[in-house]
Design a protein around this ligand. Structure first.
Ligand SMILES: Cc1cc2nc3c(=O)[nH]c(=O)nc-3n(C[C@H](O)[C@H](O)[C@H](O)COP(=O)(O)OP(=O)(O)OC[C@H]3O[C@@H](n4cnc5c(N)ncnc54)[C@H](O)[C@@H]3O)c2cc1C
Length: 377
């Protein structure tokens, strides 16, 4: 859509820079990283040098931009079909916790190397026994002098292998349920902290999704983020942005793959005519175009509200639920219009289709989004 008004000139200049970086440093190597299941740390360093990490965090801890800059990066990664590179989780999910709830000393200790790509961030909420029901986490930390002794296990953690810093969601008072949860920062090298398997997935294949283990890890109290037992409140506050991250990515991916599918079906011939000339194809793509245009307006409105700090958890849940649902359904139709080529991994539509599926699960599943929206009925 050309008449978008949500971005300023500085956002568009940043877009040009991001596009150039992705074209030279990411796209040519991406399928290799998908096969390896991880993005090399050297790419993180390059992104840091280019100013692409922590871009919404105020200076000197980040690029001094706003969420509009993050959204530009998300859109361009979706357009380049390289969404499994974990920059957004690091910059738009992990770094904001440290900036918002960390002390000045913690910001200096962690955000500066994160901005440079020297330290990669992850956040560990999910456990083998609990995902959607976050307050049921069993990982626990017991205060012992000036340390917490942390025990537990996490799974499905994005950036898990590369991470030098992990925000761990843990119980610090198991009797208090959601009110007994804290956020502790665990750093690579702490005794008792180990990384398990890099998990094999059907999509998001360049992302090093992993298990993490904590066996009597002594975490200094100076690694507590914010106040003890206030972690659940922080999580509920920050999750709206995580949901918008996912919605922004979906809208851009849909616009890109609509164009690609039009181009493919215009070229491909069957029964002596192009696939695009069949009424079925034209109707499918016309309906898709109309739906994507509606989605774009809603997502941009959420983006505008978020830039004004007015995005509610309910609107963020609506954006995520709609965007991921529409994306999954339409990418499936676009893949169908590619025929057998759509199923081949060298065709981008196949990768995008597989990458999209997790959107309805992570960051809070469809069902949890409906729960959030239903609370306001
Ligand atoms: C690729 C990938 C990356 C991820 N990255 C991270 C990460 O970086 N950090 C992290 O902490 N986690 C991460 N996750 C985990 C993700 O957030 C969880 O998988 C998700 O929250 C769902 O939890 P679960 O898998 O335990 O499913 P469950 O909670 O067991 O849910 C199973 C099913 O039950 C449904 N359900 C659950 N509760 C209700 C209810 N109240 N009403 C109706 N239906 C319900 C769910 O919607 C789902 O359909 C990632 C997952 C994947 C796949």
């Amino acid at each position: 859509m050309s008449n978008r008004t949500v971005y300023r000139d500085d956002h568009e200049q940043f877009r040009t820079q991001v596009r150039r970086f992705l074209e030279s440093e990411v796209v040519p190597f991406y399928s290799e990283w998908e096969d390896q299941g991880i993005v090399p740390k050297s790419v993180w360093l390059k992104a840091g040098k280019e100013g692409l990490l922590n871009c919404m965090i105020p200076e000197p801890f980040g690029g001094g931009g706003d969420f509009g800059h993050s959204a530009v990066l998300l859109e361009e990664m979706a357009r380049a079909n390289t969404i499994s590179v974990g920059f957004p989780l690091h910059s738009d999910i992990v770094a904001p916790y440290i900036y918002a709830y960390g002390t000045q000393e913690q910001r200096e200790r962690w955000l500066l190397p994160m901005m440079r790509g020297e330290l990669i961030g992850a956040i560990a909420m999910t456990e083998p026994g609990t995902g959607s029901d976050l307050k049921a986490v069993r990982t626990n930390a017991v205060l012992d002098g000036d340390h917490y002794v942390l025990n537990g296990q996490k799974t499905f953690i994005t950036n898990g292998q590369n991470a030098g810093l992990v925000i761990v969601v843990t119980k610090t008072n198991p009797d208090l349920g959601a009110k007994g949860i804290s956020l502790l920062v665990v750093q690579e090298g702490m005794e008792g902290f180990s990384k398990g398997r890099k998990l094999k997935k059907i999509g998001m294949r360049a992302q090093d999704t992993s298990e993490l283990f904590f066996d009597n890890v002594r975490v200094p109290v100076t690694n507590l983020l914010g106040e003890e037992n206030a972690g659940f409140k922080y999580l509920m506050h920050e999750l709206a942005q995580e949901r918008l991250v996912i919605a922004v990515r979906c809208a851009a991916s849909l616009e890109t793959f609509l164009e690609k599918t039009i181009a493919y079906t215009r070229e491909r011939k069957t029964f002596g005519q192009t696939v695009l000339s069949f009424q079925n194809t034209r109707f499918k793509l016309a309906a898709a175009k109309a739906e994507i245009a509606m989605l774009r307006v809603f997502v941009d409105d959420c983006l505008r509200l978020h830039l004004q700090k007015q995005l509610t958890p309910e609107l963020a849940a609506m954006a995520k639920l709609n965007a991921t649902g529409i994306q999954n359904r339409l990418l499936d139709e676009f893949l169908q219009l590619h025929g057998g080529y759509g199923y081949m991994s060298e065709y981008q539509i196949g990768t995008a289709w597989a990458d999209a599926r997790v959107g309805r699960i992570y960051g809070g599943s469809d069902e949890i989004m409906k729960e959030i929206i239903a609370r306001g009925l």
